[in-house]
Ligand binder design. Sequence first.
Ligand SMILES: Cc1ncc(COP(=O)(O)O)c(C=O)c1O
Length: 391
Amino acid sequence: MFSTNSRDLRFLHGVKRDEHRMRLSKSCIGREEGEAVLGVLEREFLGMGEDVRQFENLLAEFFGREAVCVNTGTAGLHLAIEACGFDPGSEILVPSLTYVASFQAITAAGMTPVACDVLGSTLTLDPVDAERRLTKQTKAIMPVHYAGGLGDLTALYSLAERCNLRVIEDAAHAFGSTYRGSRVGSFGDTAVFSFDGIKNITSGEGGCVVSSDAGLLERIKDARLLGVEKDTDKRFSGKRSWRFDVHHQGYRYHMSNIMAAIGIVQLGRFPQFAEARRRLAGIYQRRLSSLKGLLLVELDLAAVVPHIFPVRILDSRREQVADRLSAEGIQTGFHYQPNHLLTYFSDARRGEYPVTDAVFGEELTLPLHPDLRDEDVDRVCDIVAEVLDGE
Ligand SMILES: Cc1ncc(COP(=O)(O)O)c(C=O)c1O
């Protein structure tokens, strides 16, 4: 048992700022998250119990429908696909320009990813390109909400309706974003969120699935606990099943109380996180929009809570900009290596990917997280402008 005297949260006092280094993204953790974790440790019930139940209830209020928590976003995608019950090898349309997690989840569920191209404006799944890659085996579309933006989700849902496809939204980047006035996850078929360390909210690692399909959520609840039927209800009342049956493949994908305790605090802080992300992204947009040689990715900050800030640097000057920022102690990233170029997913390649291939050579992600100050973003913009204007 912890004694309260032994609490030492010195490591959590204030924001630890390294003036010589600007991180691309980071967890924003304060004293409250530390206290919440200590609370779980003191109760000595670390697994899945009351805190997870409470986090799920708060998420259900946030989305306006039931949310099922899992231990990663990837696990959520895997379970959501598997719970659809498609025939093995069925095809799922997915943008090639996504984190490898989307592709791995599809193959983990025994399905075939079919890589699609993206729209140049938003870097989200191109509905026309997706339709071109449809076959008799296509059973679902997985739009990826790149940077938090939704792209042409209406066209993707209408394609799904016309062709009788499920839609599993990879909403890892889009916690808190809205589309046409509705919060992502509150409408549509199924959406999966990630709460890993750098996402719009974090639970350390973690994720959740929301869906209009109550049966799918019930199957996921069992599958996250090794397929043990109705174990969720027992865990939430501090018990577990000793005698049970199993009908389906299951996984150890449930969320722990430690993770949920962090998530609960982060959800409470989300309005401030969202405001900071939008404000900082707004500075980038204002400062960079008129720069020659740079293209912004379309993000409507009135609707979107941006998870990353991607730009396209034209004329082969991306490395030059990245190197200069790095020399100034500023981290940058690349989102993403196209999956159709990865050895394991080379079969997902069907024809050409002109936009994705172009973006691969141009995309650069600039620092964005709620602990950045306005002057940090101004400094990044000054340096980018200096490199691009300097020739
Ligand atoms: C687009 C996308 N999909 C899925 C995931 C997987 O989420 P997790 O890291 O929680 O497994 C991520 C995480 O970075 C992501 O960026």
